[in-house]
Design a binder for this molecule. Sequence first.
Ligand SMILES: Nc1nc2c(c(=O)[nH]1)N[C@H]1C(S)=C(S)[C@@H](COP(=O)(O)O)O[C@H]1N2
Ligand SMILES: [Mo]
Length: 199
Amino acid sequence: MSEIGKWLQQLGLVSDERLPPGQHQVSSLPVLDIGVHPVIELAEWRLAIQGLVNHPRQFTWDELQTLPQVAITADIHCVTHWSCLDVTWSGIAVKSLLELVQPQPEGRFVSLVSYDNYTTNLPLAALLDDDVLLAHSLNGQPLSVEHGGPLRMVVPKRYFWKSAKWIKTIEIHAEDRPGFWEARGYHNDAFPWEEQRFG
Ligand SMILES: Nc1nc2c(c(=O)[nH]1)N[C@H]1C(S)=C(S)[C@@H](COP(=O)(O)O)O[C@H]1N2
Ligand SMILES: [Mo]
């Protein structure tokens, strides 16, 4: 941290707190999901981007690897109160994928649909952030099946249920469609620092 950063902290003008309210730290990423761990051969695996886009597309595994690769290190916060700090992910920038399919102006919301039929929803704009990626690796290792391999969404700014494992389809809609947990009372926006867990 910079000298001035330390100073501001000592004066109590900024906080060094990395845990959002109601969270405790864990040292490794737990495995959490609705219970089905789908296994898909890479040769069969597809990612579809469809709905309100000019160029709906299905990507094979090999096609995806040719797209711009990014790596990020982020703190992960789960609504069940654990946070795992400094998790490194690498994969494909979602922004570059969206540029290829060209969302239409009325397409403002996204449903993520996974191979276990799990769904979650986000505003399209949330996927354009630089820290949002489709991850195929976790802390330098290929993403294991239990953590959503071969490919999962990572949306670090939201509670982790928005980060769909085993992603299959990205659908762009004009209206917001609540996903699996959102339809069961979880918060639609899910910002950890605002403690948007339910409602
Ligand atoms: N496809 C799918 N994605 C999912 C889930 C799921 O059940 N199915 N669970 C979500 C929840 S509630 C959490 S906390 C994270 C857990 O990811 P992890 O098992 O890699 O820690 O995945 C999210 N993505
Ligand atoms: Mo979760």
